[in-house]
Design a protein around this ligand. Sequence first.
Ligand code: SF4
Ligand code: SF4
Length: 457
Amino acid sequence: MNQVYQISLIACLIFAILLFTGLAYSSIIFYKEKEQRAAFRSLLLCLLLPPVYFISWYYNWQIVAFVLTLDLLFTGILFFIPFGKKENITDEAPKNQIDERDIMFARNELKENTKRYEEYYSKNPDKLAPDNKFREEPGLTAEKSIFYNELACKAANASFFTVEQFHKAVDGKINPIQSNVSKTDLSKFLKNWSKKLGALNVGIAELQNYHFYSHKGRGEEYGNPIESKHTYALAFTVEMNQEMVASAPQSPIVMESAQQYLEAGRIAIQLAQFLRSLGFSARAHIDGNYQVVCPLVARDAGLGEIGRMGLLMTPNEGPRVRLGVVTTEFELEADKRHKDHSMLDFCVKCKKCADVCPSKSISFDEPKTVNGVKRWQINSESCFTYWCKAGTDCGRCMACCPYSHPDNFLHNFIRFGIKNSSLFRILAVHLDDFFYGRKPKSANLPNWIPENKKAQK
Ligand code: SF4
Ligand code: SF4
């Protein structure tokens, strides 16, 4: 036993040094990320915890050293030992195609006393009352909305305007002379070039029926059935800036969303045009002009999972991304999807997005069977009504999600533990609450965006 105590004492000294270094490093990182509460708490722990280990070693408190060592070893086991069932928390393939006319953006474009409006609500009378609620609100980027900020909202509108100019370029003429490039070479080229163009992660999926909307819900083709011969899709993410997202639901979030829709649109247009120039039919799917359900395509291309808040969650940036997709008839080399059970299991335990959602649109429950498929489903009607009231696309859920923390060593170290062990996932939820708060406050606007509602002259 004496030997065990001696080892515990040495372990205490080593742990004191490791804890001090780790916590001091965390405080610096949190401070740089402008997370004041997390930085303060980390610093406090740094001043309190390592001395306990150091003092035990210094004064030769053998039993205390033994207990402290066991405590840290247990946490290490939680962290490093793979643990947890790999059950299917959600189902993979939706049974039916989604009709784009049913999504909120399409319903938002319906104007009273028009044929489309009359037709839609005579077929879907149950949707009229919830839709009238969002119509009573000022609307996205509107002047009377809660978080209206003249500069940020007009900047967002300028980005939305620019991406709209791309609509006519989503498809186009195909070179009649087809390249004989191999699928391996073209897949590799496309993935690498996408990253050079600004994409963060890129994957390829073989298209299934459920990836396509059944009918167009926006623009001139409204109501047309979607018939596409495309069999493969390249999906990619673009990162949303952490500082802009952190102030959600204030105006920088809508500015950043619009900016990244534009980035994703630009990249998709370039890639689709490139494929057509090689002689293959290709279409870009960009903001306001989709034929496919981007999160499903991106998930099946191996880019992440669809969690509690209904957005694609990527391993290193969480939901803090926007998506772009290019579909083509060319047979690309599809990526193998490995379902990330740890991410979905973390969603079962975490529920932070449900707690912070101002419109209570996110469920606290386990996934439910909707149209024969087990999944989480948010209340898109109450969510969109809040957007129209706030004047922004809110993004509180995205900003507070523990997966949205920046992609750096500190957060990736925690993500490693989350991926590895179901027990650590429980601890990680509590750690996130301890450092950031269960309902973290919105960050201040970046200092170059004036706080006042009207622009300063
Ligand atoms: S906040 Fe938590 S529950 Fe919500 S999506 Fe993120 S990890 Fe899942
Ligand atoms: S965007 Fe806002 S309102 Fe919509 S689900 Fe997320 S937190 Fe709730």
